[in-house]
Structures are given as structure tokens and as C-alpha cells.
Design a protein around this ligand. Structure first.
Ligand code: GRF
Length: 202
């Protein structure tokens, strides 16, 4: 199944998806970044994947940026969109156009800690367990139905950096697994708060 992957940074999740692509029946048609220096672009280049940098400075609004994004995505005729550390909020236009076709990975056990600085927030909230979640993207930020989670324990010695490392390791197996469910057509977004796996509500 054909997909486009959107990134903004290091792209370690992108790498794990590239490494697993053939096993999970995924064809990565293009990697798009909103940051010119995103290391993920280098990873994609190395894997001979078409890379595109869309420069936000060339657009006078988020909507104009998203129009260009839609145009690039549509040129590649993909079946779904994978967000892998894409640090922009998609406009409702994009989200409704691709309803049920956008996946995201978030570094917390949603619904806990949506938004940024999740590891620091988990430590400050004295959580014992933390982790990552893969969810369908809907208009509510980090609020679409959760598909699957992986957990890690927070040790007394952990800081945001060590915790981020532990969580990322889990992300690298979690995301390809969920993407495979998608390419196997086992996942469906029913509405803003409901998704199914093999017809069963998650
Ligand atoms: C990950 O922690 C992911 O959960 C979040 O952004 C980070 C991206 O890391 N959405 P990387 O660029 O894949 O290394």
C-alpha cells in the first residue's frame, strides 16, 4: 500500500518504517519535511525515496502551506499518510480530506499528555508508567482514537532525555506493527472518537 511520510526532524521512526517497509507491505512514495535540515530527509535519500522540503516561509498562512502539502500528497497518489515527528498542526481541511487515512505516533500514553514536552510532564506528574501511542488523526490535537500503545516504566533516575530514549525504542516496533494493520485493511476510523480493528471497536 502506498503512503507518504511527513517528518520534521531526526526521523528515527521513519528509519524503522523504511527498514520494515517490505515486510509490512508498505511502499513509501515520498517523504515530506517542513524543515530543510531534518535528518530524516537524509535517511530517505539514502533509501532512494523521493524527498520534498516544503518551506513554510514561502507561504503567508498555514492554510496556504497545507494547500501545497495537499498538492504534493495528491501528486503521489498515495492511499494513506503517516506522520512521524511532523511538528505542524494540520488544518481541518487536510484532516477532513483524508479522513481515516492519517496515522500519528505520540510519545505518551494518550489521553495523558497531549501536545509537547510529554516526557517532562510525565516525570513532573510522578507517573510510574509512560509510553507511546499510535492514533488516527482527527481535528482534536492528539485526540483521535488510539489504536495501540506501548509502555515503559519511569525509574527514579530517569530524566526527560533518558525517558525519551526508552520511549523511542518502543515506538520503533509499535509504529510498523500498526502500519501493517493499516496496510492489511484491518483498521477503520468510524468517527471522531471511534476506530475499529478487525471490525471490533478499539
Ligand atoms: C517521536 O517521539 C514521536 O512520538 C513524536 O515525535 C518524535 C519523532 O522522533 N511524534 P523521530 O524524528 O522519529 O526520531
Amino acid at each position: 500500500m502506498k503512503a507518504v511520510i511527513l517528518i520534521s526532524g531526526n526521523g528515527s521512526n521513519l528509519q524503522s518504517i523504511i527498514d520494515n517497509a517490505s515486510k509490512i507491505d508498505l511502499q513509501i512514495c515520498c517523504v515530506i519535511s517542513n524543515k530543510a535540515d531534518a535528518f530524516g530527509l537524509k535517511r530517505a535519500e539514502k533509501a532512494n525515496i523521493d524527498c520534498i522540503f516544503i518551506d513554510p516561509l514561502l507561504f503567508d498562512s498555514n492554510l496556504a502551506f497545507d494547500k501545497e502539502l495537499i498538492s504534493v500528497i495528491d501528486q503521489h497518489k498515495v492511499e494513506f499518510i503517516i506522520l512521524a515527528g511532523f511538528m505542524r498542526i494540520l488544518s481541518p481541511d487536510v484532516i477532513s480530506k483524508y479522513f481515516g487515512k492519517i496515522l500519528n505516533i505520540h510519545p505518551s500514553l494518550l489521553p495523558k499528555f497531549p501536545g509537547l514536552n510529554t516526557h517532562q510532564k510525565a516525570i513532573e506528574s510522578s507517573e510510574k508508567i509512560h509510553g507511546a501511542s499510535v492514533h488516527f488523526v482527527t481535528v482534536k490535537l492528539d485526540g483521535g482514537p488510539v489504536i495501540a500503545k506501548e509502555t515503559v516504566s519511569i525509574d527514579p533516575t530517569d530524566d526527560a532525555t533518558t525517558l525519551a530514549k526508552k520511549v523511542l525504542q518502543k515506538e520503533h516496533t509499535l509504529y510498523p506493527k500498526v502500519i501493517q494493520w493499516y496496510t492489511q485493511k484491518r483498521l477503520k476510523l468510524i468517527d471522531e472518537s471511534t476506530a475499529t480493528l478487525d471490525g471490533r471497536v478499539l
